[in-house]
Design a protein around this ligand. Structure first.
Ligand code: ARG
Ligand code: ZN
Length: 474
């Protein structure tokens, strides 16, 4: 039965003649898949090629929200392609593939590019896309828009979906690349992005070009753009890395508390290195804005809502976003269902940092989070190992997720616990991981069967028993 359907698929994809003559190689170019097969978001990313670099070169006008861009994508084909797809919501003016003008048809974020001749397998591709539009006016297939227009600029910061509002890509964490981001804005406006600062240039019309470079592999959703009125602070971390942070001019009374928190980023990073191993990237920093209601671990330079700082300093959120540099950015989800590997560990890192700052031990904080919600609370019904599309950032993924991490630590002891975290980081650096792989590594390093523990904490609705947490009785 299975064999039969396989033959039928092969006959369709490769052409009847090939199948009749028994060859396994595809002789007929096929369209690249519109997605990489993420169970939550089947159209995210694209099949048939791998991206190695994005050169994003845009002009943005804060007065009109008009974004005019030329993005050059360096990639390599992984199959013979009659067409390939890109993920982009803005209107396209032209697409060239290896300098050949190509036909493009767009369907709410899914762009099909057909070059005049098919592309062979394992070819270098240079895809140049010219596009122009107002990001705030283009919605995705679900009618949503995550572009954040502000009075003096805009923010391209969200998860899992933001890239398609400002540059064409293969928009899935499994297709990482390096980035150059170059942004022209009016004189007196700042434009921030990831990585190291490569200087500004005056443009002929009196505007200014800001250049940013990311040399570490980066997932598409972790590339960011912040345009507006910012005070930029540059320094060096004790390890010599550039630290560039930016604070919106409109932070008001929360501004000093935001600075007093985000300016400690290198210290937080040094602490996290003692827990997770070497910091995986080339620069550090943070951006604080009123234009966003959450924080996001944009690579090397998280973006924070000013709303995190109403009562003075909050280094907890800094520890959270910097922990994501390891758990999320360097080691990214294989599929979005693996989001516990990001949020469970970032929340747990807050508890480790609190203990380091003598603000309670991780065990005490875990006990507090366990006790504070009764078994009837719907919180305990969320399956944090597979929360469902659109539910990745349910509070349970964070809080129950961190309790799962602490239960694992209690079960195996500190030595195996930290060895597992550091080995996971070392072996998966700049890559992707899934929950099942983490559990397998944890079992290998600890020599203990852990399937039942993770089954209880990650995949079984209901409040686990106190023994499942494993804290020593108070
Ligand atoms: N990873 C982010 C964090 O650090 C999650 C932000 C989710 N919020 C959103 N609106 N997408 O918690
Ligand atoms: Zn997080």
């Amino acid at each position: 039965m299975l064999l039969r359907s396989r033959v039928a698929v092969a006959a369709t994809a490769a052409g009847l003649a090939t199948v009749l003559f028994g060859s396994t190689a595809s002789a007929v170019p096929a369209p690249g898949a519109p997605g990489v097969g993420d169970p939550y978001y089947p159209n995210d990313g694209n099949g048939g090629y791998d991206v190695s670099h994005y050169n994003i070169r845009i002009t943005y006008n804060p007065a009109t929200d008009l974004l005019t861009g030329t993005t050059t994508i360096l990639a390599r084909s992984t199959q013979e392609l009659s067409s390939l797809n890109l993920d982009l919501l803005l209107p396209i003016k032209s697409v060239r593939v290896n300098n050949f003008l190509s036909r493009s048809t767009a369907n709410t974020g899914e762009v099909t590019v057909t070059p005049p001749r098919p592309i062979g397998a394992n070819q270098n591709l240079t895809i140049v896309v010219q596009y122009e539009g107002k990001p705030s006016t283009v919605n995705d297939a679900k009618g949503a828009n995550y572009w954040k227009k502000t009075p003096d600029g805009a923010l391209a910061v969200d998860e899992p979906h933001i890239a398609k509002w400002w540059y064409p890509s293969s928009d899935h964490p499994t297709d990482k690349a390096t980035f150059d981001v170059s942004v022209v804005v009016p004189q007196g406006v700042e434009a921030l992005s990831n990585g190291t600062f490569a200087g500004t240039q005056q443009t002929l019309n009196g505007w200014i070009r800001w250049n940013w470079r990311t040399v570490s592999q980066q997932a598409t959703y972790l590339a960011f753009l912040a345009v507006g009125q910012y005070e930029i602070r540059s320094s060096s971390a004790p390890n010599g890395q550039p630290v560039i942070s930016a604070y919106g001019d409109d932070l008001g009374a929360n501004g000093p508390a935001a600075r007093a928190s985000v300016e400690r980023t290198p210290e937080v990073t040094e602490f996290l290195e003692t827990q997770f191993g070497p910091y995986p990237f080339e620069a550090q920093g943070g951006v604080v804005s009123t234009g966003i209601g959450f924080a996001l671990e944009t690579q090397t330079r998280p973006v924070y809502s000013t709303a995190f700082f109403p009562r003075g300093a909050n280094t907890s959120v800094v520890a959270h976003e910097m922990a994501h540099q390891w758990f999320g950015d360097s080691v990214s989800v294989r599929n979005w269902r693996d989001i516990w590997l990001n949020e469970g560990f970032a929340r747990y890192a807050e508890w480790l940092w609190a203990e380091n700052q003598a603000e309670g031990t991780a065990a005490e904080i875990a006990q507090y989070y366990y006790d504070r919600r009764p078994a009837e609370d719907p919180f305990w019904q969320v399956v944090v190992g597979d929360p469902g599309a659109g539910n990745e950032f349910n509070i349970a993924v964070y809080d129950r997720g961190a309790l799962a991490v602490h239960a694992f630590r209690n079960a195996v002891g500190d030595e195996a616990f930290f060895e597992t975290l550091q080995t996971w980081q070392a072996t998966k650096k700049n890559g992707n991981g899934k929950i099942e792989e983490f559990i397998a590594l944890a079992e290998r390093i600890s020599g203990k069967p852990l399937f039942a523990l993770f089954q209880t904490w990650l995949f079984t609705p209901g409040k686990p028993a106190p023994e499942d947490l494993g804290n020593a009785a108070a």
